[in-house]
Design a protein around this ligand. Structure first.
Ligand SMILES: *Cc1c(COP(=O)(O)O)cnc(C)c1O
Ligand code: SF4
Length: 439
C-alpha cells in the first residue's frame, strides 16, 4: 500500500463507490482489469523513481523536497502529447481562443472549465497532467459565447465536441448556457453536439438518480429541438463496464432523450489486451443499441511503459476480435493513433517489394486531403506509437511531413499580433475573459 501511495503522488488517483463495489472484482486483485484501470500500480513508475520516493518518505524528507522530486518525475513522463497546445487552439483576429481546439475541419472541441475532471481517473489517462496540476487549466473555456462566435466564422464546422476531463461531471445548469448560446446560430447551421464522457462506465447514476439527471435529459431533448443531434462519445475500456443494470438503464434513458451513443476506448496492457474482451465489448454495445466507433492505441504519455502494447500486437488483437463479431459491430475503426498529423490507423502488415511494412491510413487529417490516404512504414515489431516508425521503401520522409511543417509555420504566422493601431482596442470581446494575447 505504501508503494501504491507513492505512485499516487505522481499520477492522479480518484475512484468512487460504484467503481469499487460494482465494477472491481476484489477476489482477483491486483490483476483485475478494472482495478488496473483505476488504481495506480507500483510498476507504473520506473524502479529507480519508485525507490527514490520510498527512500525520501522513509527518511522523513520535507514535503517540499518530495514535491520537487514528484514534479521532476512527472515532467519525465511526456505530459503534453501530440503538441495539442501549440497547434490545435484556434486563432481569431490574432487571438488564441483558449478552451477551444480545432484540429480537423469539421469538428471543434470545447473544454468547459467545470468539466475538467472525471468521476474516477483512468491510470492510463492522457490528460493526467491537468489532473495533478502540472498543466494549468489555461486551456479551459469559461465563456459560452466564444463557441457561437467562432462557429459563425466557420460554417464548415458540422460537429461540436464537449470534452475534458468529462463534461458529464458538470451540473446541467452549468452546461445549459453553452447550449442556449447556440440558439443565435439559427437553423441553417445544424450540428452534431457530441459529449465525450466516461460517466456511463464510472457513474451511470449521472443519468439516472443524480439530483439534476432529469434536467440533463431535458438538455439533450432541447438540443434535438434546436435542430441539432445530441451524441454521446462513450469511453469504455472493458466489457464489465457494460454489464451492470445501472449502465443499461442509463443508456436506455439517454437514447430515449434522443442521444446516439458511440463507443470508443484505447487498447492497453493489463486492462483489455485480448481479443475476447473487445469482441464481448462490441457485441454488448450493439445489444444495448450503441455503435462501436474507435479502438485507439494508448497514447505515449504517463506510465506508457506499463501499458505499452506493440502496434503489431494491437493490430492482431483488433483483427482477431473483428473476426469474431457480426457486421453490426464492424462499424468500429482502428486501431488508431491520435498523432500530430491526424488519426492514423494500422490497416495491415504486408510485404511490399520484399520489405515488411505497416499499412497505415489517415482516418482523420490535419489537412483534409490526407484523409483516407494509405501509406507505409517500415515494419518494427516493438514499435508502439507513430513516432517510433520510419518511412518504408527507402523514403526519407512520410508524404505529409512537408505539409505538416507548412501548417505549423502558418499557425505561427496567425499569432503575429495585428498592427499596433488596432491592438488594445479589441483585446476583450464581450465577456471573453479567456481570450487573450499570446506574445
Ligand atoms: C478524434 C478527434 C476528433 C473527432 O474526429 P472524428 O473522426 O470525427 O470522430 C476531433 N478533434 C480531435 C482533436 C480528435 O482527436
Ligand atoms: S475518462 Fe478520459 S479524461 Fe477522464 S481519467 Fe479517463 S482517460 Fe482521463
Amino acid at each position: 500500500m505504501r508503494r501504491i501511495r507513492a505512485v499516487g503522488r505522481v499520477l492522479p488517483f480518484r475512484v468512487n463507490n460504484y467503481v469499487v463495489n460494482e465494477l472491481i472484482d476484489w477476489d482477483n486483485v491486483p490483476e483485475d482489469p478494472i482495478f488496473q484501470l483505476t488504481f495506480p500500480q507500483p510498476n507504473m513508475l520506473s524502479e529507480g523513481n519508485l525507490s527514490r520516493l520510498l527512500d525520501m518518505d522513509h527518511a522523513g524528507k520535507s514535503i517540499a523536497a518530495v514535491d520537487r522530486e514528484v514534479s521532476r518525475i512527472q515532467r519525465e513522463m511526456n505530459p503534453h502529447p501530440a503538441r495539442q497546445m501549440e497547434l490545435n487552439v484556434p486563432v481569431m483576429d490574432g487571438r488564441r481562443l483558449e478552451g477551444l481546439q480545432h484540429k480537423y475541419k469539421e469538428t471543434v472541441l470545447v473544454f468547459p472549465r467545470q468539466g475538467q475532471t472525471c468521476h474516477a481517473f483512468c491510470t492510463y489517462c492522457f490528460r493526467w497532467a491537468q489532473f495533478c496540476g502540472i498543466e494549468k487549466l489555461h486551456f479551459a473555456c469559461n465563456d459560452p459565447l466564444v463557441l457561437p462566435r467562432y462557429l459563425k466564422a466557420h460554417p464548415e464546422v458540422t460537429d461540436v465536441l464537449f470534452t475534458g476531463g468529462d463534461p458529464m461531471v458538470m451540473r446541467a445548469k452549468v452546461l445549459r448556457p453553452y447550449i442556449d448560446a447556440l440558439r443565435g446560430l439559427g437553423t441553417d447551421h445544424p450540428l452534431t453536439i457530441r459529449f465525450g464522457t466516461k460517466a456511463l462506465a464510472y457513474w451511470p447514476y449521472r443519468f439516472l438518480t443524480d439530483r439534476d439527471a432529469g434536467e440533463l435529459m431535458e438538455l439533450f431533448e432541447d438540443i434535438a429541438a434546436l435542430g441539432h443531434q445530441p451524441a454521446i462519445m462513450a469511453h469504455f475500456s472493458h466489457d464489465r463496464e457494460l454489464e451492470t443494470p445501472a449502465v443499461e438503464q442509463a443508456m436506455r434513458r439517454l437514447q430515449s432523450a434522443g442521444a446516439v451513443i458511440r463507443c470508443q476506448g484505447p487498447l492497453v496492457r493489463h486492462v483489455n489486451d485480448d481479443a475476447g474482451t473487445w469482441a464481448r465489448m462490441w457485441r454488448r454495445q450493439v445489444r444495448l443499441g450503441a455503435i462501436p466507433y474507435y479502438m485507439f492505441v494508448a497514447r505515449n504519455t504517463g506510465p506508457k511503459a506499463y501499458f505499452r502494447v506493440p502496434l503489431a500486437q494491437t493490430y492482431r488483437i483488433f483483427s482477431e476480435a473483428y473476426g469474431q463479431v457480426s457486421g453490426l459491430c464492424r462499424t468500429v475503426r482502428g486501431p488508431s493513433m491520435s498523432a500530430t498529423p491526424g488519426k492514423i490507423a494500422v490497416q495491415g502488415i504486408a510485404e511490399l517489394l520484399s520489405e515488411k511494412v505497416f499499412v497505415l491510413k489517415f482516418i482523420q487529417g490535419r489537412d483534409p486531403s490526407w484523409v483516407n490516404r494509405v501509406f507505409f512504414a517500415r515494419y518494427a515489431p516493438d514499435a508502439a506509437w507513430f513516432d517510433e516508425l520510419e518511412p518504408a521503401l527507402g523514403d526519407k520522409k512520410f508524404f505529409f511531413e512537408s505539409g505538416l511543417d507548412r501548417i505549423t509555420a502558418e499557425k505561427a504566422m496567425d499569432l503575429v499580433p495585428p498592427p499596433r493601431a488596432l491592438s488594445g482596442m479589441n483585446d476583450r470581446i464581450g465577456s471573453g475573459t479567456l481570450l487573450r494575447w499570446v506574445h
